[in-house]
Design a protein around this ligand. Sequence first.
Ligand SMILES: [Zn+2]
Length: 236
Amino acid sequence: MKVLAVGCHPDDLEIGCGGTLAKLASAGHRVTMVHVANGDKGHKVIPSDELKAMRAREAKASGDLIGAKVIGLDIPDLAVKSDNDDLVRNLADVIRDTAPDYIITHAPEDYMKDHMEVSKAVFDASFAATVPYYRTPSNPDATQGPAPIFYMDTLAGVGFLPVEYVDITQQIEIKLRMNACHESQIKWLYEHDGIDFLDFVRTVSKFRGLQSGVGYAEGFVPCQAWPRLRTTRLLP
Ligand SMILES: [Zn+2]
């Protein structure tokens, strides 16, 4: 299978679905990780240009851990707009290029606007990708139909009730290692907000595990829109 995961900032996928992506990759599925924003404002001290280069390297290192392809769309932080035609077009281009069996992205409601804008943009782009006369930059063929979408957990799981769970007990350590690749954020959150982010990520995964009867899990909600629903389970 081919799975496309689209997060907003360079560390969001690792937080929300890193264990699931690791599980997919280890089973031989092809995983592509896209971050829409470049993370250029995610630090108090490091200047934006330096930071965005650092964050691209961190994202690449994390993807390399599981053999995933990593793509950055280089939108500045706090400038992600789902009505940006270029963003939707670039996302549609990636969707056509990867022809995913399904897409994982942010839930429509989350703790900050850029995440919610990515959710909307992915929904729109995955439909646009199916329209033959809709042109995208590298001009790949339109996909056959809109891919199923799974929304990943919100930050800290607030306001999110999963419908499907993925057991990541065997992947929790690699999930934490993927998160640890984002050193600028782990340090920043600790110094700026006093948050031990690796513990944060482990705690949410453990709580989802508690809900689903395993050690660690990640929760998802399928996008309920025609014709994206399937009779068989797609998540691992
Ligand atoms: Zn984020």
